[in-house]
Write a protein that binds this ligand. Structure first.
Ligand code: SF4
Ligand code: SF4
Length: 392
């Protein structure tokens, strides 16, 4: 997706995940940008790429809300009758896994109610990317990249490895199943991985984006953060402009989104400070969410000089820690860990902090919510200060 000046994005207030609010909000987000006809024609095939990274209910705010997805699909079906909806969740890319995740997240019900097809194709396509910074070709989900258009419906929230996930990072879900962890192990620094996320986005080449931030999660990411009402639906053709808008709404700086910072560094998009996009619809100032917290450990790594970060890492680095009494020793975390940092023995998992790259894939994919956090003292102190500030 080329980035240029003069981009437009839409910003719409949505009070709650009520079908009426969502229908009106999504329709307005599209119509401010001349509707779906601005990028697609009748008869085109469309893949609606949601975020359903794991098998959890929509009340968690971890996954794209199914009522919002339903509103997007319904709007697209007004233009074409060929709409497929789905994702490639973490874990094995199999029909059984897809069925389980779609049922739990409510996406299967969206397909039943709207008449959209549910994406069950598990085949893979090699996509060349001559201009990629980290890779020159990528394995991506065939059904996503072979559709005439991909429409990404992302969830905006914090992410322990990239700081935030939203319109750019959502496309990492077009990498099939366990291949995600293979790429993680090849690009095992946050900067390299952010570059890879931008590469994947460029290879997947989505046509349009809708961002679900009616509820968001701040703090320590999907499993350990706070659900907060942001009341935002945003849309546009340019994910980098939308990511810039979202971090502005969260009161963050451009470099707080690692994928956005990578895109700016590489010249994939201008800096937000250059005001290269126009926001149509509601007021950014009115919708800005106060006191949006980044993941605790990343707070220190973002703001501490590199020399000191190394010396302080023992006091600032959060790593996963299986919870005694909850961990069943099932081994899923060890199977997906890209750095081989997890061993399972005696019915429980153990993490070697020295090998851990802090991607938190183990945490995301533990179905028993048995992966806790080993929080060093500085992170705990900062967490208590944040809680006190939020109380006022
Ligand atoms: S932490 Fe979770 S995924 Fe890992 S072995 Fe324990 S229960 Fe299984
Ligand atoms: S232990 Fe967990 S957080 Fe650490 S590298 Fe492995 S999967 Fe990632």
């Amino acid at each position: 997706m080329p980035s240029r000046t003069g981009e437009r994005v839409s910003l719409v207030t949505c009070e709650a995940y009520e079908p009426g609010y969502l229908r009106r909000g999504v329709a307005r987000a599209f119509d401010l940008l001349d509707g779906p006809q601005s990028f697609m024609s009748p008869g085109d095939s469309v893949f609606v790429k949601v975020n359903c990274v794991m098998a959890v209910g929509p009340d968690t705010a971890i996954v794209t809300n199914p009522e919002l997805v339903s509103a997007v699909v319904t709007r697209l079906l007004e233009v074409t009758d060929s709409v497929t909806v789905g994702d490639s969740p973490g874990g094995p890319f199999t029909r059984a896994r897809l069925e389980k995740v779609y049922e739990k997240t409510g996406i299967a019900d969206v397909a039943r109610r709207t008449g959209a097809r549910l994406a069950m194709d598990t085949s893979v396509k090699e996509v060349p990317l001559p201009g990629g910074a980290r890779v020159k070709r990528l394995s991506l989900c065939r059904s996503m990249v072979e559709a005439d258009h991909m429409v990404s419906v992302s969830k905006f929230k914090t992410h322990r490895y990239m700081n935030v996930t939203g319109p750019i990072k959502n496309l990492y879900g077009s990498v099939p199943g366990l291949t995600k962890f293979v790429y993680h192990s090849r690009f095992d620094s946050q900067e390299d991985f952010a570059d890879l996320v931008v590469d994947v986005h460029l290879a997947a080449a989505p046509s349009f984006h809708v961002v679900d931030a009616v509820d968001t999660i701040d703090g320590d990411g999907s499993r350990h953060g706070r659900v907060r009402r942001m009341k935002v639906i945003a849309a546009g053709a340019n994910a980098f402009a939308l990511e810039s808008l979202m971090i502005d709404l969260a009161g963050l700086a451009e470099e707080d989104s690692r994928p956005l910072a990578a895109a700016v560094r590489r010249g994939v998009c201008p800096s937000g400070a250059e005001r290269w996009y126009t926001v149509l619809g509601d007021s950014v100032a009115d919708l800005r969410l106060p006191d949006f917290q980044l993941p605790g450990s990343n707070y220190f790594s973002e703001r501490t000089p590199a020399l000191m970060t190394g010396r302080l890492s023992r006091f600032t680095t959060v790593t996963p820690k299986p919870l005694a009494g909850k961990c069943t020793g099932c081994g899923t975390c060890a199977a997906v860990c890209p750095s081989g940092a997890i061993q399972v023995s005696g019915g429980t998992a153990r993490v070697d902090p020295g090998k851990c790259i802090r991607c938190f894939c183990c945490d995301e994919l533990c179905e028993y919510q048995a992966m806790g956090l080993r929080e060093p003292v500085l992170v705990r102190i900062r967490g208590r200060r944040s809680e006190r500030r939020s109380a006022f």
